[in-house]
Structures are given as structure tokens and as C-alpha cells.
Design a protein around this ligand. Structure first.
Ligand code: F6R
Length: 633
């Protein structure tokens, strides 16, 4: 939800160029308009417009701005259409104060009316614009820049991560935060950065601070001071060092971040496997002693929770109830038991609905919060009793891929730790499950190394081929055929329903196709009426306990003229024999590996979605209407 970037330096550098590079690395957060302002010789210089960053740069030369201070913004519109006038930065009446903002000022209408009555003139429809006018108002009353920011922010309700610069203050940028993420990067004595996310300044420095809620920071070249907004007192903070590599936040020869991140999964999962045992143990112990357990998340993280709760429940012997984070409070308002345990998943750690759900559970029922996130220091970590970081590395593609598999793997590791503590399975079994889990990255690596052309062909040109001939021709060109069909299903049973749903979400998200992931058994109760000759159905069919019944479901859909595409293990015979097309996952057909099939089977569907997007001439890294981190309700 909007990316902000700021830089202040004493070095001789091209400030516009650096600011441009900074917001480009944040474009996954929103891409409907952008702008940059720099401060030079007592004046603010601004360039902004609606559209994507590259197009605006071509038109306006965003990289060509003077000075040693710059603020930049890439927008995902909330208040006000994505137009030039609504794009950030926003200014006060005298155009001396510039603000870039991520979040929502909830009481902006009331503030705006008050300011208008005092003679302020607003140009945009945004909530953000009240901030510079409020600061201007307090300056008129004799406060200096920093004091005016303190007072202005005290009037604002809602969430903000904002950076502010002033034409008359060449020595500082002021940044503030409440709920919306903000990190500060430091090159000692030289340059200070602020951004919505670390990758924005990762090429320059790994040393950073996380700004907390209700905190204000004054950035000077290579220095920063922190204050509590409520008390205006100085706060001591220690810097942290991020171990992400710069390459991790670059495309590195891939056409898109999404493809790169799909291919990074084996390495990412190897890192996830090295999560320290103590972290897993604290989660496992909290779950073993719990009476009531919920798991909550949004989007892809929610589907990871569907797969993961299945694995944990198996070893724990307690049902875990999944509830989408946005429904959490509504559904449990009268019945959340005291001391419940809540597992919350969020790759960004900033999804506002997830954070609200756990905050409410903590406050109203003293729940124990166990969170799993990919981002060190993210908001979710502050509201949690225990946190595990998934170690997937930065994920820039808007569609979550490697963070999904890392989340399911983390939950599986917790499940195995529970099994070990409870001595539930015979130790030989636990060993076999562990061995199977450790093999997951290699299975995915083998699949990706040998199937990319196969999947690519699946998503290309099948429309030219009559469906009947497909089996003979191999899997060539299925994709175009799929693209030609408006609807199809991903169907599965048991744990694989999570895979079907996540596959469907990826298709909706990046290929803008309404592909539904559904229970194969439940599909008989209505959705089967969509099936007619040639209707494609992708069955996710690992040979687990549900396999025999899934054969029946495949037969039901085949009998009605459905074209069957199946995801099966290498040694599969029955469902593959019934299928027009198969995608084979190179994993053994035993119960130990089957339990982790949500991790090993999903890369095939991620790739299908990726190539479906390319075939539809869509940019998989920047899906329509989406932003990676949803910090509004
Ligand atoms: C899907 C996707 C979104 C996120 C959802 C939750 O590819 O990226 O559906 O999964 O917005 O985000 P996090 O996990 O950051 O809480």
C-alpha cells in the first residue's frame, strides 16, 4: 500500500537518480502514480504524475532533480483517484512543506474542514494533504518545523508512515510512524535513508533501524535521532544489520521477480530448514498446552495456514480452527475463550487485518500470539509472544510464492517438533517424516530444473490443437487452450485443497482469470454443473489417503466431458492414466512425503499462473489493482 523513500546526504551524488531507484524497488507496494520532490537552495522541486514509474520517468525525467534531500512515493490509491493531482508528494499552501505518506488519516475530513475554515486551500482529494497544511498551521503559530510536526501528528487519527521535508530546512528530513511500516538505513556520517521496506536501500547499506509506532525520527546525513511523538522525549535505539543479499532484491537475469522467486524456492526452503530448534520448541510447547487454537491470516498466507494446520493437527491431536483475519473478531466476538492460542501468518508482518485480529485477541482474551512472518521487526512481531522468521529472503513480486512454501514448511517443522516432544509417533516414523521434509527443497529443485519447458508449453498455443489429440502430442501448448477457456477448476481433497485454493488465487491474481480452487468432493454439490465438453479441470493428486476417492471424482468429471489435467507423483499410474495431461512431481509415493505435498506441488501451479499471465500479456509482477502489503481495512 504505497511505498515511500527518502534520502538525505552530504555526498556529491545524483539525488534524483537515487530516489528513483529507491521507489522502483518499492513499486510492488503500489504503481498507479508516483512522484519525487527534492530540496535545493531554499526551494522544493517536484515531479509527479499518474502512471507507472518507468513511463513517468521517461516523460518527466524523475532522476534529474537537484539537492541533497529527496522524498519519493509510489502510490496505491485509497482516497482520491489515481491522478496527477492526487499523486504524492503533497504540499501546504506556500508549497514549502512536502509530505509523502503511506496509510490513512481516518479523521482527515474533519481536519480538512477545520483547515479550510482557517483559509487553507487544498488541491487534492487525498487524506494525506491535511498533514502539510496542519504543519503549516502550527508554524504560523510560531512553532519550528519539528515542533509543528509533533503537534500536527497528534491531531491525526489512523495510520501513517510519512516523510516530510521543508524548503527552509536543508539539514533534515522528519519521518513519523503509526502502524504503517517505516525503516531507516544509515551510511555512517554520509547518508541516511528512510523507506517503507528494507530492499529500497539495501544496495547502499544493511545497517538499519525500525521506527516504532508513535515515533518520530529526525534524519540528518549519516545520523538519526528518535523521539516519542506523545511525550516528545528522545528514545535510544540500537541499529540492526540485515543479512539479505543485494542480489536477493534484484531480478538477477530473470524477466520477472515472480519467476525468480519461484526458482529461489529450493534455496529459500533450505534456509527455512535452519530455523533454530528453540524457536520451534517455544511454538510447539505453547500449542501442546493450549485448549483452543486458532490460525489466522489473509490471502496466500491464509492458504498456507490451511495446509499447515492440517500438518500440526495431525501431530497435536487438537483441531485448529482457521479464520480469515478480516472475519476473526466478527466471528469470535462472543466466544473467544480466555487464554486461546492464536497462530498468525503474514509474510510482510504488516497486513492490518491480521494485526488487528491478534491485537483484539490479546486485549480481549489474553490470547497467546504465535506469529510467523518473513520480515524481521515487522509490526506483527511487536504484538506476538513468540515469532518465527521464515528466512525466505525479500519477496518483491506482488504474488507470494517463496514465502508461501516457507510458511508451510515452518508450520510443518513445528508439527514435527510437537511430534518429537509428545513422542506421538514411533521415533522411526518421526525420522522418516524429518527425512522427507529435508528432501523438500531438492524435490522442488528437480521439478523446476526438468519441467520449466513442459509447463511453458502447457501455457502456450494449445488453442491451435484439437483437444482429443493432446494426449498423443504430449503436453505441448495446453496453456493457450486453457487461456482460451474462460473458466476451469483446480480440484483436490484433504490437505491438497490448500494447494488448489492457492493455485486458484495465483491464477486470479496474476493472470486475471477466474479459476477456482475447490474441494473435489464438494464440487459435486453445484460447481459440476459448469462442466461440459472440453472443460478443463486440474486435479491435485498426491497418493495420500484421499487418492482412492479422488479417482472417483476424476471419473465423475471425465464422464461429463471434462478434460483432465493431473498433478501426480512420478510413479503414479491410475489418475495419470485417466488424464489427458499430467504434470509429474518428482517425489516418492509414501505417506511421509505426501504430508508435505502442499510444498512440493505448488511450484507447478505458480508456474502455470506465471505463464498464463505472460500469455495474456500481463505483467505478473504488477497485477491489476493489487499491492503487496495491505495496510488498509
Ligand atoms: C497473494 C498475496 C496476498 C497476500 C495477502 C496477505 O499472492 O500476495 O494475497 O498473501 O495480502 O499478505 P501477508 O502475508 O503479507 O499478510
Amino acid at each position: 500500500m504505497c511505498g515511500i523513500f527518502g534520502i538525505i546526504t552530504n555526498q556529491d551524488i545524483e539525488i534524483g537518480k537515487l530516489a528513483l531507484e529507491g521507489i522502483k524497488r518499492l513499486e510492488y507496494r503500489g504503481y498507479d502514480s508516483c512522484g519525487i520532490v527534492s530540496q535545493h537552495e531554499g526551494k522544493l522541486h517536484v515531479k509527479k504524475d499518474a502512471g507507472k514509474i518507468n513511463a513517468i520517468n521517461k516523460k518527466l525525467g524523475l532522476d534529474d532533480l537537484p539537492g541533497k534531500i529527496a522524498l519519493a512515493h509510489t502510490r496505491w490509491a485509497t482516497h482520491g483517484a489515481p491522478t496527477k493531482i492526487n499523486s504524492h508528494p503533497h504540499f501546504d499552501c506556500s508549497e514549502k512543506i512536502a509530505v509523502v505518506h503511506n496509510g490513512i488519516i481516518e479523521n482527515f475530513l474533519e481536519l480538512k474542514e477545520r483547515l479550510i475554515s482557517k483559509g487553507h486551500v487544498f488541491k487534492s482529494d487525498t487524506d494525506t494533504e491535511v498533514i502539510p497544511h496542519l504543519i503549516e498551521e502550527y508554524e504560523k503559530r510560531g512553532l519550528n518545523f519539528q515542533e509543528a510536526v509533533f503537534e500536527a501528528l497528534r491531531q491525526c487519527e489512523g495510520g501513517y508512515g510519512a516523510a516530510i521535508c521543508h524548503a527552509d530546512c536543508p539539514d533534515k528530513i522528519i519521518v513519523v510512524r503509526k502502524e504503517s511500516p517505516l525503516v531507516i538505513g544509515i551510511e555512517d556520517g554520509k547518508t541516511t535513508y528512510c523507506a517503507s521496506d528494507i530492499p529500497a536501500f539495501l544496495p547502499h547499506t544493511r545497517k538499519h533501524y525500525v521506527l516504532g509506532d508513535d515515533e518520530l525520527a529526525v534524519l540528518r546525513p549519516g545520523e538519526v535521532d528518535f523521539y516519542d511523538i506523545k511525550t516528545k522525549t528522545l528514545i535510544e535505539k540500537s541499529p540492526k544489520t540485515i543479512d539479505w543479499s543485494v542480489d536477493a532484491a534484484e531480478k538477477g537475469g530473470y524477466d520477472h521477480f515472480m519467476l525468480k522467486e519461484i526458482f529461489e524456492q529450493p534455496q529459500a526452503l533450505k534456509r527455512t530448514l535452519s530455523i533454530p530448534l528453540e524457536s520451534l520448541r517455544s511454538f510447539a510447547e505453547s500449542l501442546i498446552t493450549a485448549k483452543t487454537i486458532y490460525i489466522t491470516a489473509a490471502g496466500t498466507s491464509f492458504y498456507a495456514s490451511l495446509a499447515g494446520k492440517f500438518i500440526i493437527s495431525k501431530f497435536l491431536g487438537i483441531h485448529i480452527q482457521e479464520i480469515e483475519c478480516s472475519e476473526f473478531q466478527t466471528q469470535l466476538s462472543d466466544c473467544l475463550e480466555k487464554n486461546s492460542v492464536i497462530i498468525a501468518l503474514s509474510q510482510s508482518g504488516e497486513t492490518i487485518d491480521t494485526i488487528e485480529a491478534i491485537r483484539w485477541a490479546k486485549e480481549s482474551a489474553d490470547a497467546t500470539i504465535l506469529s510467523i512472518t518473513n520480515v524481521v521487526g515487522s509490526s506483527i512481531t511487536r504484538y506476538s509472544d513468540h515469532t518465527i522468521i521464515t528466512r525466505a529472503g525479500p519477496e518483491i513480486g506482488v504474488a507470494a510464492t517463496k514465502t508461501y512454501t516457507a510458511q508451510v514448511l515452518t508450520l510443518a517443522m513445528i508439527g514435527l517438533e510437537i511430534a518429537r516432544i509428545k513422542n506421538l509417533e514411533s521415533s522411526e516414523d518421526i525420522k522418516s517424516y524429518k527425512k522427507a521434509l529435508n528432501e523438500v527443497p531438492n524435490i522442488i529443485e528437480k521439478f523446476l530444473n526438468h519441467n520449466i519447458e513442459h509447463i511453458k508449453k502447457i501455457m502456450k498455443g494449445l488453442e491451435k490443437i484439437k483437444f482429443k489429440k493432446i494426449k498423443k502430442l504430449g503436453n505441448k501448448d495446453l496453456g493457450k487452450k486453457l487461456n482460451n477457456k474462460h473458466n476451469f477448476f483446480f480440484l483436490a481433497r484433504g490437505i491438497s485443497i490448500a494447494t488448489a485454493k492457492e493455485g486458484g488465487l495465483k491464477m486470479k491474481e496474476v493472470a486475471c482469470r477466474f479459476i477456482e480452487g475447490y474441494s473435489a468432493a464438494h464440487a459435486k454439490h453445484g460447481p459440476i454443473s459448469l462442466v461440459r465438453g472440453g472443460f478443463p479441470i486440474i486435479f491435485i493428486a498426491p497418493p495420500d489417503d484421499t487418492y482412492t476417492r479422488l479417482i472417483g471424482n476424476v471419473a465423475e468429471f471425465k464422464a461429463r466431458g471434462g478434460k483432465i489435467i493431473s498433478l501426480v507423483v512420478e510413479s503414479d499410474e491410475t489418475i495419470s492414466e485417466m488424464s489427458d495431461i499430467t504434470i509429474r512431481i518428482p517425489q516418492p509415493a509414501d505417506r511421509f512425503h505426501n504430508l508435505f505435498s502442499p510444498i512440493t506441488f505448488i511450484p507447478a501451479l505458480q508456474l502455470l499462473a506465471y505463464y498464463a499471465a505472460l500469455d495474456a500479456h500481463l505483467d505478473p509482477d504488477q497485477p491489476r489493482n493489487l499491492a503487496k502489503t495491505v495496510t488498509v481495512h
